[in-house]
Write a protein that binds this ligand. Structure first.
Ligand code: GDP
Ligand code: ZN
Length: 458
């Protein structure tokens, strides 16, 4: 168990009005007191805040005027003693405070180490810890509220219930093994086994169905605008960015080749991918062959395929339709202010099921309808999606899929007439896999890896 005292800057770096340097650990109060001029911090009541000065004990130099919160274990985020030093937000100021703290033999916290301690000390479970991370990265209100719900333990509760059902089954199997001479015990065991594996399986499937939406809410609906040169792609991109508050979150570690803009369309985060790989001066269809462009198309959740109302349909347009076959496509007929030359009947034939939206971007027409079409694709007519428990974390989704598979193995085993203690192995495995989601059965190395993805100071 880690028992040293750690510290880090807990507010985003930059020019905020206030920055917080946080300490956690058994010596948090004592170490702060050494550099603090004001009340004797080791004698103040827990959960109180105090004005004073930070002074370097070596040089007696004044470093900062600060407010210091003292919070004693266990009612703190980490369940350890926590001190928060509120100082002026400038980069220099907050760094000087952190340096002064570290000079008192306090260790710089690793990324996510505060949250890791909260987890290790039983304050939160793993899926809640991951929700903290999601919250930091959330791009829209909806993504934020999902993370909040998860932090609140909604997913944890679901998982707990499922595991409880499996546990009951396993207990019943034990009874069966202990009293094999009673026929009705065997019957009960089989019935319970079939019933519980079925309900747990259904529930896992239901949770998994939310995964796609969850991922999109986390990462944004990857949206590629494609079309021949001059149809109005850049104009559309600009219109969407201007109309909708652009989201200025950078996800660290995802610097990429293509230009991306985040916009918030009716609560759906769009990651607009500029098809920069497709240079507009060159022949588009030829460029579609370029590996990167193809990749952009493959990565996209939604394709906005743009056509020019003032132009006839060309072979290039038809090739584009072929290239995006089987994907979620919204067909945009732009420049409806121009004299019509596009054959709409022919277009409806080619477009098939895909919705067609007419726009005149430069006249600010049709953008509303386009946004409706986009949010329809996301919510698929399900307006009341606000209250669902989404699973959005990749690790959770993988574990749920494996758990589902293990349950299917159990069911198949039963149907094939396998002995119950063999089937038991698969049910136990399911129970363990679900446990990994909330951190009941995870390895240390996985924990290290997970928590290292956090921002510093969380
Ligand atoms: P891109 O090559 O597909 O990115 O097309 P652009 O967005 O650069 O637009 C090409 C030209 O079409 C520009 O001069 C735009 O102002 C113009 N344009 C875009 N939308 C419309 C529209 O709805 N009506 C008309 N008349 N012109 C448009
Ligand atoms: Zn353009």
């Amino acid at each position: 168990m880690e028992t040293d005292t750690i510290s880090a800057i807990s507010t985003p770096l930059g020019e905020g009005a206030i920055a917080i340097v946080r300490l956690s650990g058994p010596e948090a109060v004592e170490k702060t007191n050494r550099i603090f001029q004001g009340k004797h911090l080791e004698e103040v009541a827990s959960h109180t805040i105090h004005y004073g000065k930070l002074v370097d004990p070596e040089t007696n130099e004044l470093v900062e005027e600060v407010m210091v919160s003292v919070m004693r274990a266990p009612k703190t985020f980490t369940r350890e003693d926590v001190v928060e030093i509120n100082c002026h937000g400038g980069l220099v100021s907050v760094n000087r405070v952190l340096e002064l703290v570290l000079a008192q033999n306090v260790r710089l916290a690793e990324p996510g180490e505060f949250t890791k301690r909260a987890f290790l000390n039983g304050r939160i479970d793993l899926s809640q810890a991951e929700a903290v991370m999601d919250l930091i990265r959330a791009k829209t209100d909806r993504a934020m509220s999902i993370a909040l719900k998860q932090m609140d333990g909604r997913l944890s509760k679901l998982i707990h219930n499922l595991r409880q059902q499996l546990l009951e089954t396993l207990a019943q199997v034990e009874v069966n093994i202990d009293y094999p001479e009673y026929d009705d015990v065997e019957e009960m065991t089989n019935e319970l086994m079939i019933h519980n594996t079925k309900t747990v399986h259904q529930e896992i499937e239901r949770i998994l169905q939310t995964a796609k939406q969850g991922k999109i809410l986390r990462e944004g609906l990857a949206t590629a605008i494609v079309g021949r040169p001059n149809v109005g792609k850049s104009s559309l991109m600009n219109a969407l960015v201007q109309e909708n508050k652009a989201i200025v979150t950078e996800i660290p570690g995802t610097t990429r080749d293509v230009i991306e803009e985040y916009v918030n369309v009716r609560g759906v985060p769009l990651r607009l991918i500029d098809t920069a790989g497709i240079r507009e001066t060159e022949d588009l269809v030829e460029q579609i062959g370029v590996e990167r462009s193809r990749q952009v198309l493959q990565e996209a959740d939604v394709i906005l395929l743009m056509l020019n109302y003032g132009d006839e349909l060309t072979e290039e347009d038809e090739k584009l339709f072929a290239a995006v076959q089987g994907m979620d496509v919204i067909v945009i007929v732009n420049k409806t202010d121009l004299p019509p030359r596009l054959n709409m009947d022919r277009l409806r034939q080619i477009a098939g099921e895909h919705p067609i939206v007419q726009t005149a971007i430069t006249q600010e027409q049709g953008i509303n309808q386009l946004e409706t079409a986009i949010s329809d694709i996301f919510f698929e007519g399900d307006i009341d999606a606000g209250d669902m428990t989404y699973v959005s974390n990749v690790r959770h989704v993988q574990l749920l899929k494996q758990a589902k598979q293990a349950l299917e193995d159990a069911t198949n085993g039963m149907e094939a007439g396998m002995p119950i203690d063999i089937v038991q192995i698969d049910v136990t495995r399911t129970w363990e896999l679900l446990g990994e989601i909330i951190g009941d059965t995870v390895s240390d190395s996985l924990l290290d890896q997970l928590f290292s993805q956090f921002c510093l100071g969380k």
